[in-house]
Design a protein around this ligand. Sequence first.
Ligand SMILES: [Zn+2]
Length: 489
Amino acid sequence: MIRTERGKKGPPVRDPIRMAVPKLVLAMAAIVATAPLAAAPAVTTVFTHVAVVTMQDATALNNRVVEVRGNTIAAIRPARGYRAPKGARVIDGRGMFLMPGLADMHTHVAEYQTQPDFLAHYLAYGVTTIRTLSGNPDLLRLRDVIAHRERLAPRLWVSGPIITGPQGAAGDGGPQKIVVRTAEEARAAVDRQIDAGYDLVKLYDGLSQEAFLAAAREAKSRGFYSIGHLPDQMPLDMALASGLDEIAHADELVSYHWIGYDPARQYSSDGIAPLGIDRGTIPATVALIRENRVAVVSNLITDQTVYEGIADTTALLSAPQYREVPRPLLDRWRTQGRFVKWRGQGPYRRDTIQPFLQQLVLQMQRAGIVLTVGSDLGVEGMVPGFHLVRDVQLLEEAGLTPFEALSAATRNAAAVAARMGKPANWGRVAIGYRADLVLLGGNPLSSTRNLWLVKGVMLAGEWIPPDRLAELKRAGVPRFGERQLSAKR
Ligand SMILES: [Zn+2]
């Protein structure tokens, strides 16, 4: 939500304002599209003596062998007495834990910076799938380039350009948006995006009730997946029963809990700060979401980072993760956007909104709602990969078990993908599943803190050891295959 930018509802943080057009995305996609098509690695890779976090349940299987052939997990068996096939690459997993790669289900890759070199950063933090929620034709091409293994980057899914109303498009300079006024225009916009080959549609604030309902129903009637913000002035039960499949951030739900909030009134940025929150109504909201089988991206980390950035921008941006961020981007975060415009709201967000959101996601988890995680990369302060791991950690801090928090980044994301009509055989370590894996130096089922101990990542069967992960972050623009990178040295 960026309603505050327009003087409407406030607190929710949401979607990137700003933005440079990703010209380089297009340029690079064009260049790599001409590169020879790389096949899945022919070599068999074997992890030996490793503890396997299958994500089937909350226990790890000790001392196992995991065999990967091509891009698929081919076998999982006890390590005792095992002999690796001839020619296999053997990775000694002693003392380490092998889990599925993570998924960032809410990102805006084109809004982060003007070129996609940073996609390698995702890999360095164990993120092997990303879903970007403000698409354009360049990103569709990038998606396909990655799918053809012409580029070493997380698997990418791309929503259509954001569909909004006249109000939602006003003046924030954000991602490319499609403005619709009537139900008819809304249906036509959804149809065009489906036909253009996008993976889902993204509905946004600013849509009239009529247009929102028409868009969500059109997607539903064509069997197409939709994710959305929840527009102002629309009753929650109506929005949730529209056919909408997923809510883009838990904080979309804040406004339904504000004491004294009047959706018809215009709120200034600071106008929301005095509003208290009624936590007593959380169960009713949760029941509605469950009843309509709507999934939710928790995305607690963006709200947290924003209030931290408001409180002390310099302190926040001095943290080590920001050494990876290009200087012009840091300068922009310092001088414009939420850290500046929402000054004064820091304590309110920290003390009122964030505890509410933690309680909300905990109750959603307890109710069996499908929760995923996302960084909302593109919002000030968000770093690719790093803040996805932080989002998982915040679920644990909200009271979820480590297994539940990890599920949001793995098996739940795969369940959402299945509903999007994508492959569902990922997000677990199981035979026949896609070999997107993270090798960790500690057990993530004991604490999600161990997600920081990345000892290597496997992307669709390609093994990326730690030194190469570090190099990818420095070099950018990686391709599949180790030879290209070595040649650059
Ligand atoms: Zn967003």
